[in-house]
Ligand binder design. Structure first.
Ligand SMILES: Nc1nc2c(c(=O)[nH]1)N[C@H]1C(S)=C(S)[C@@H](COP(=O)(O)OP(=O)(O)OC[C@H]3O[C@@H](n4cnc5c(=O)[nH]c(N)nc54)[C@H](O)[C@@H]3O)O[C@H]1N2
Ligand SMILES: Nc1nc2c(c(=O)[nH]1)N[C@H]1C(S)=C(S)[C@@H](COP(=O)(O)OP(=O)(O)OC[C@H]3O[C@@H](n4cnc5c(=O)[nH]c(N)nc54)[C@H](O)[C@@H]3O)O[C@H]1N2
Ligand SMILES: [Mo]
Length: 827
């Protein structure tokens, strides 16, 4: 206990100071938290000096010279692994394709009641004044609400808007919509669409967004670490709040530990390379079969713990009957599995034995659940882990978030700052719950957007419920880029023509901004003040995000835009509570301040914190460094049951059985995807995987010089297996046309042995750059993978996106390649 108390006293430690921060000259003794030394509090811009801010890609140190950003660097270094995203702030702020002024599409401005939506994306732009734009949006929104009701307004607005608890664009939009009458929203996300719906049935939690068994425990106890369909050296560059960057440190330690590491992935990722791991390459979408082969191997060898299965799981016997072919006459053994997944029988058996004989941590990413029947892989992984019987033991079991937002980095004992909310009401009778219920009534699964636009009134199944799509006539999107992120862009183009009005707030002329009727120019996060935490799971730092440069052109904050719109609806005070940006920041900070005081670990008063321009860093108490996921459940499943109906791990779910879905049965099942390399009568030759980009956050930063680091022949790269490339007469550096009956893109070839044969890889997030008109069939010059993906739900259960299920053809492009136009100002 004494030990813990001592630790508590040292929880607060102000992070290492940087050199020369001219505007904090009032602080005499650096590192001391004395309010009294602050003689003047100012929020004036620093014209020369260094500034700390934060982005999804971590804390940044910006150098400002004569009011301009001239340099962007990491604020901290936790390992030798480089975060390539941290150096391009100038490119963003001063990008050639900044939206400079409010713009309205010509036909829309001429007649908003007959706006010729078929011209969306191909019309001319007309500059209007900010005031005019606000008036126009307000008027047309009122009109739609009157004609179609609140549900006619879609503001689901999915996306990775910037970090910051005040300028949280999506929440600001929702807050505005709530204050003025409501909207149709969405449920779920693109990240874990399938898993976050199936896991609560299996484990009683979302699981994908939970803290993992602590890294120190893994490093001490795991003998084998399996990185199953994950690429943490790329994906840990980011976090939803801001990266605490400690995940890299632990992967570095893992590398040094000399443990057996295995990567199971159709692509030999930079993670596999970095860790010198053994590479196992299955066909995409076939891991379920491989895991079944492993379970069969273990059962045959009597390498499983019947007591564990009995005490902690529900319905294993029914699954076993399926595994042994009682339902379909097919025994799912390693021979069967090998034929499907393309990994040989012996390897499957060896892996199964290795996992059973050693304390093994199965770390899985999310790429494999972004696929047709994406509910199955993680359910089957949990089943395999149950047979291995190590769940709840130090360093054993599975983890679904080591690759994301630094899962497994021990949770600090920290005070939590506040954030802007969608709910504007303060009184009880109009409380948030009532509105949320209303919103939930119309909300549909996020990746069904095109389906919903195209089919108003259609009823779909979703996790045991029925949802009827509303008639959407008005779209307001902020902080997202659906014309890059959504599957099957050409279908989305058709769907996008249905509503009368589309408004987008953006900083850049993204493909989505170009598909709008009214475009509002917004600031980047470097042009406004804000506050964030780092580490979604660790809560490691509170970080001031000090404005670095003045607002560019006529860019306004989303907060400003929605405040001005609120005036038009007579709800300005309700919306803003009469608070400025700085007042919100102070209020959110003070929530942590009060908490910290109560916890007897004081942090400096707001003004000191702000003037110092340094993070407040918290520490993890010893017990959090020793956290073992499911240890309490393992210790006493009666006292600490899971949140499932049986209180156990549900390998068979009666809840799902009752839903009676054909495409998601009551136990993990091998389903053939609609398109895959092993299918009969293949619709195209190669399986396309579209994982997350190493040198971008989705589409963000595609318009910076970071692009030079990865573009091949000035296109998005495509990785092609050496033998396949030879067969197709393609060499590295060639421009390759990738196509199927949904669309076509140009890419630059990387011929490699690092990819399973029969598979090609194009990272998601290249901006859609149509060669001629933005319409179905047009060639995308830049190489956006989603022109080729399929817009089908994972199943009736989760309705997630299936972006990794697609077949494509490739050919060398012999015509003269058209030059890119997407990163320039439009007409
Ligand atoms: N094929 C395929 N497709 C995929 C995936 C895949 O694996 N394969 N992954 C999916 C996943 S998991 C995700 S999360 C999505 C990501 O899809 P998105 O989150 O839509 O992608 P981003 O490129 O991050 O888009 C964010 C946009 O917000 C803008 N923005 C940033 N800050 C602000 C702000 O303060 N205000 C406003 N108004 N705008 C701002 C940026 O300029 C950018 O254009 O993609 C999905 N799509
Ligand atoms: N640098 C960077 N980091 C990011 C993001 C980003 O855009 N850029 N996005 C963030 C977001 S929003 C999210 S949701 C997460 C996404 O995190 P993940 O979903 O885990 O990332 P992906 O790259 O889509 O997929 C991980 C790996 O799965 C592999 N894979 C694909 N299909 C299969 C399969 O069928 N079987 C197996 N075994 N492997 C398969 C891919 O080759 C890839 O290496 O990353 C976050 N981190
Ligand atoms: Mo995501």
């Amino acid at each position: 206990m004494k030990n813990i108390d001592q630790k508590r006293r040292s929880f607060i430690r102000v992070a290492a100071l940087f050199t020369a921060v001219p505007f904090v000259d009032a602080i005499t003794k650096r590192g001391e938290l004395l309010a009294s030394v602050i003689t003047k509090f100012s929020t004036k811009l620093v014209l020369n000096g260094e500034i700390l801010t934060a982005a999804h890609w971590g804390m940044l140190k910006l150098t400002i010279k004569e009011g301009k950003v001239i340099k962007s660097e990491p604020y901290q270094k936790t390992s030798d692994i480089e975060n390539s995203l941290q150096y391009y702030t100038e490119d963003l702020v001063y990008a050639e394709d900044r939206i400079r002024y409010p713009m309205v599409r010509k036909s829309y401005l001429n007649n908003p009641d007959n706006p010729k939506p078929q011209l969306r994306g191909n019309d001319e732009w007309v500059r209007v004044s900010y005031k005019e734009a606000i008036k126009l949006i307000a008027k047309e929104l009122k009109k739609t609400r009157k004609e179609k009701g609140a549900k006619g307004v879609f503001a689901g607005s999915y996306g990775w808007k910037s970090s910051g608890n005040v300028h949280n664009s999506r929440v600001l939009l929702h807050r505005f919509m709530t204050a003025t009458g409501g909207f149709t929203g969405t449920v779920g996300d693109y990240s874990t669409g399938a898993s976050q719906v199936i896991m609560p049935h299996v484990l009683g939690t979302l699981e994908v967004y939970e803290q993992q068994t602590s890294w120190p425990v893994v490093l001490e106890h795991s003998k084998v670490v399996v990185i199953w369909g994950a690429n943490p050296i790329a994906t840990l560059k980011l976090a939803w709040t801001s990266s605490d960057e400690n995940g890299f440190k632990y992967f570095e330690e893992l590398k040094k530990s000399g443990k057996k590491i295995i990567c199971i992935d159709p692509f030999k990722t930079e993670t596999c390379e970095y860790l010198n791991a053994q590479w196992i390459a299955p066909n995409p979408n076939t891991d379920v079969a491989m895991m079944m082969g492993m379970v069969h191997t273990l059962l045959e060898a009597k390498k499983y713990d019947p007591d564990f299965l009995d005490e902690y799981t529900e319905g294993f016997d029914k699954f076993k009957e399926y595994l042994y072919g009682k339902e379909d006459g097919i025994v799912k053994d390693a021979v069967w599995a090998a034929k499907i997944c393309g990994v040989d029988k012996k390897t499957i058996e060896e892996l199964a034995n290795l996992f059973y004989d050693n304390r093994t941590m199965l770390m899985s990413g999310w790429g494999m659940q972004r696929a047709h029947h994406g509910e199955q892989p993680h359910w089957m992984l949990v089943t395999l882990a149950s047979v291995l019987g190590q769940i709840g033991l130090p360093g054993g079991g599975f983890g679904l978030s080591y690759h994301y937002s630094n899962g497994g980095v021990p949770t600090a004992k920290s005070a939590i700052i506040g954030g802007i909310t969608a709910n504007v009401s303060t009184s009880k009778e109009q409380g948030g719950a009532a509105w949320l219920k209303n919103a939930a009534k119309y909300s549909f699964p996020v990746a069904r957007i095109a389906d919903a636009l195209l089919n108003p009134g259609k009823t779909i199944d979703f996790n045991g419920k029925k949802i009827t799509y509303p008639e959407i006539d008005f779209i307001y999107w902020v902080g997202g880029n659906p014309f890059v992120h959504h599957q099957d862009t050409n279908t989305l183009i058709k769907a996008w023509k249905v509503p009368r009005t589309v408004v987008v707030n953006e900083a850049f002329w993204t493909p989505t901004a170009r598909m709008a009727d009214i475009v509002m120019p917004v600031t980047t996060s470097y042009e406004r003040n804000d506050i964030t935490v780092t580490g979604d799971y660790s809560n490691l730092n509170i970080v001031p995000m000090k404005q670095a440069v003045k607002k560019q052109y006529e860019a306004r904050d989303d907060y400003q835009i929605f405040s001005d719109l609120s005036k038009e609806f007579g709800v300005f005070e309700k919306y803003t509570q009469n608070k400025t940006e700085m007042q919100w920041i102070e209020e959110f900070y003070n929530r942590a301040y009060t908490q910290a005081e109560k916890m007897n670990m004081p942090i400096p008063p707001f003004k000191t914190f702000w003037m110092k321009n340094q993070p407040i860093t918290f520490e993890a108490p010893y017990e959090n460094t020793q956290f073992v996921r499911y240890a309490d459940f393992r210790e006493d499943p009666i006292l600490n049951p899971l949140g499932t109906p049986s209180g156990k791990i549900e390998i068979y779910s009666k809840t799902i059985e009752k839903m009676n879905y054909k495409d998601c049965k009551a136990h993990p099942t091998w389903f053939e995807p609609v398109e895959w390399v092993g299918m009969e009568n293949k619709t195209a030759e190669f399986a396309l995987i579209s994982p997350h980009p190493s040198h971008r956050l989705h589409s963000q930063l595609n318009n910076t010089s970071l692009r030079k680091k990865y573009a091949v022949s000035n296109r998005e790269p495509i990785w092609i297996n050496t033998q396949d490339a030879k067969r197709k007469g393609i060499k590295s550096g060639d421009i390759v046309r990738v196509f199927n009956d949904r669309g076509q893109i140009l890419t630059g070839a990387i011929v490699t042995d690092y990819l399973k044969d029969g598979v090609v890889r194009v990272q998601e997030g290249a901006w859609y750059d149509p060669e001629t008109k933005a319409e179905a069939g047009t060639l995308c010059k830049n190489g956006s993978a989603n022109l080729l993906t399929k817009d089908i739900p994972t199943s009736e259960l989760a309705m997630g996106n299936s972006s990794n299920t697609a077949l494509v053809n490739i050919e060398k492009y012999t015509k003269e390649a058209p030059s890119l136009t997407i990163f320039k100002q439009p007409k």
